[in-house]
Design a protein around this ligand. Sequence first.
Ligand SMILES: C[S@@+](CC[C@H](N)C(=O)[O-])C[C@H]1O[C@@H](n2cnc3c(N)ncnc32)[C@H](O)[C@@H]1O
Length: 257
Amino acid sequence: MQNFIVTTARKSKADSGILAETFARNLNLKFVPRADFSLDALKKIYRVENILLIRNNFPVIVTNEGEIFFHPNTAHLRIKNLRQGLGDRLIDAAKIQAGDKILDCTLGLGSDSIVLSFVSENVTALEINPVLAEVVRYGMKNFSDDTPPVIDAMRRVEIVTADYFDYLKNCAENSFDVVYFDPMFRHGIIKSSGINPIRPLADNRPLEIDSVREACRVARRCVVMKENSRSSEFARLGFKIAGGGKYSSISFGVIDS
Ligand SMILES: C[S@@+](CC[C@H](N)C(=O)[O-])C[C@H]1O[C@@H](n2cnc3c(N)ncnc32)[C@H](O)[C@@H]1O
């Protein structure tokens, strides 16, 4: 995990240094003044593969695969669709209603959490990678554009840096209405997937039956999992594939509690 340093973009605003130091402190990482070094030079000097860079007062994770930064991504279009009454496959599969209490066990870049929060207004989202969690937490609190429903939804998401199994074990029975998992897909990397940038940082372990059992104990109504439509994970873990998205490469599985 310490395979990171924190620095600023070369020509950054004065307060970027303060923000970079705050990220470094929160994540227990080393802050390195940028001076005139290239990022490659800094990686060599400090023997790290990844850099958390503060650019224009926003955090950007630079890995060997490219850059990762917070953006609502597909949440924009999905919320637009919901507002027009067109529905959303996750919301429909989980039958999410206003007032539901949702536990999203796999935050990633947070698009699903934002959409869930738009409908239910009560989402707790877990992410095991602390840098990803901190970057998305900052983004959800500070990102701004001209779409108030999306911004309001993201501001309401509560992000917790945690392993979902540990977190679930400490939750009371029926303490959420719905528990949702979107693990990294086992097979068939979808090239166009918006999730590809986070692959170097994401926890790739498969969802285990013990976590599903805990989720069933914690969920009052249902547990939902997203996976590749052809995945054997649905059968292995006991999920029944929800209808809809007949021609989609992605499916949602449901276990009713
Ligand atoms: C496919 S991504 C989720 C994408 C997300 N639904 C979205 O809309 O952006 C899966 C995420 O779950 C995280 N993850 C995997 N195992 C986890 C665990 N045991 N506890 C918490 N988070 C985990 C990964 O690090 C990764 O960021």
